[in-house]
Write a protein that binds this ligand. Structure first.
Ligand SMILES: [Zn+2]
Length: 106
C-alpha cells in the first residue's frame, strides 16, 4: 500500500469504528441506566440497614466503608456501567450517580 492509500484506509476504519461505537452507546445507554439504578437501589437498602442498626439520624452521612466490604451490607462496591461517580448522601437523601439520567426514584 502507498502511504496515501494507507492513510485513507485508516480513516475509513476509524470512521466505521466511531459509527459502531456511537450506535452501541445509544443501544446500551438504557441498559446502563437500568443497571445503575439497580446499584443505587442496593446502596439505598444498605444505607437504610446501616441507619437502622446504628440508630443513625436522618442527616448522618455514611462513608463507603460503612456499607461496603467483607461482612458489611454490600460485599463489593457497585460501579456505574457508564463510568458515573456515586454519592452516598445523608440518610434522608437517596444516593446519586453523577450521570444525570441515572436517577433513583423513591
Ligand atoms: Zn450511573
Amino acid at each position: 500500500m502507498t502511504p496515501k492509500l494507507k492513510t485513507a484506509h485508516l480513516f475509513i476504519v476509524s470512521a466505521t469504528a466511531m459509527l459502531l461505537f456511537a450506535g452501541c452507546g445509544e443501544k446500551y445507554a438504557g441498559e446502563w441506566r437500568d443497571r445503575c439504578v439497580r446499584n443505587l437501589g442496593q446502596l439505598e437498602v444498605a444505607k437504610d440497614q446501616w441507619a437502622l442498626e446504628g440508630r443513625k439520624r436522618p442527616d448522618d452521612l455514611p462513608i463507603q466503608s460503612d456499607l461496603v466490604g467483607e461482612g458489611k451490607y454490600i460485599k463489593n462496591m457497585t460501579i456505574c456501567p457508564a463510568g458515573g461517580q456515586y454519592t452516598l448522601n445523608i440518610v434522608d437523601k437517596l444516593p446519586e450517580c453523577s450521570v444525570p439520567s441515572h436517577k433513583l426514584e423513591k
